[in-house]
Design a protein around this ligand. Sequence first.
Ligand code: SAM
Ligand code: SF4
Ligand code: SF4
Length: 335
Amino acid sequence: MLRDQLARPLRDLRISVTDRCNLRCTYCMPADVFGADYAFLPRAELLTFEEIERLARVFVDLGVSKLRITGGEPTLRRGLPELIGRLSALSGVEDVALTTNGLLLPRMAGELKAAGLHRVTVSIDSLDPDVFGRMNGLGTHPQKVMDGIEAALQAGLGVKINTVVQRGVNEDGLRNLWLALRDKAVVRFIEFMDVGNHNGWNLDSVVPSQEVLARLSADGTGAEFRPVNPNYQGEVAARHVGAQGHEVGLISSVSAPFCGDCSRARLSAVGVLYTCLFAGSGIDLRAPLRAGATDAQMNAVVSGVWAARRDRYSEERGEATPERAAKVEMSHIGG
Ligand code: SAM
Ligand code: SF4
Ligand code: SF4
């Protein structure tokens, strides 16, 4: 089996299908940077569905069984259900998931499910309209996302929730959000990360997951939660169960990094392969593909990249490391 330099297999592929978004979350695509004159990718630059399908097959042949479609906001990519249909039909693919801000799910959830989508992860950071409006950069009301979550549940999709936690921004509303959503879906709280180059991250803006647990519990201590085993090796969220049996996930990229188990590769919308969320550069797969490379040649390129991989950015964050080049933007590889 293909393994990288730290003996990690290649199991998951995250595919970004657009760099555009209908929100401007301050921690991801701040409106002052991603404004009206921002140069988004022209359509001809994007991988076509045929190209994505072909690359996905190469990755599946190398051990990938889980695919996640992301963005930017993936539901903005025209014809998305067709792509889901192609990917879910690939032999060897066990799981096709989508990460979305949920805004377009009321009109798309049924079609996505029918096309073969298994699960969605919907991102929502607060149920307080002022807080959520500020965080999403456009004043969009949280009810719009809640409608998307309902639509996904109605369509029979598996649903999880992603909530990014930022100090001084949304930590006061975490318990409210959890109480409103915990009967519908597993909520995963994500420590604010230093992805991209524009979100003004610093360590003080991170709320450690242990504090999140304390804030979720009725007595403010977190003692009601007990850890439970991961569903599978390499699961990013540490699972906990509360007093009434509700599951919560903690994604502690800063306070408890999980690089040792990281089996994820990321493909940007233009076909650049990144082996880490925090990478400064990646390998262009579109050029050889468009130059007529065979499947065997593409397989050799990808396996060579994975075999050489040594990324462990989150584990090195606290260490003195050489100055790094600018990182890839989150809107290009989608988390
Ligand atoms: N637009 C979709 C969405 O928001 O779900 C998919 C792409 S988004 C980049 C993927 C996930 O990354 C979202 O759950 C988002 O909250 C998370 N994310 C973005 N920037 C982040 C940051 N700086 N720290 C932690 N999580 C972040
Ligand atoms: Fe858009 Fe998702 Fe980034 Fe928010 S987190 S700006 S919804 S891509
Ligand atoms: Fe994987 Fe990089 Fe995140 Fe570590 S920092 S878990 S190697 S994506």
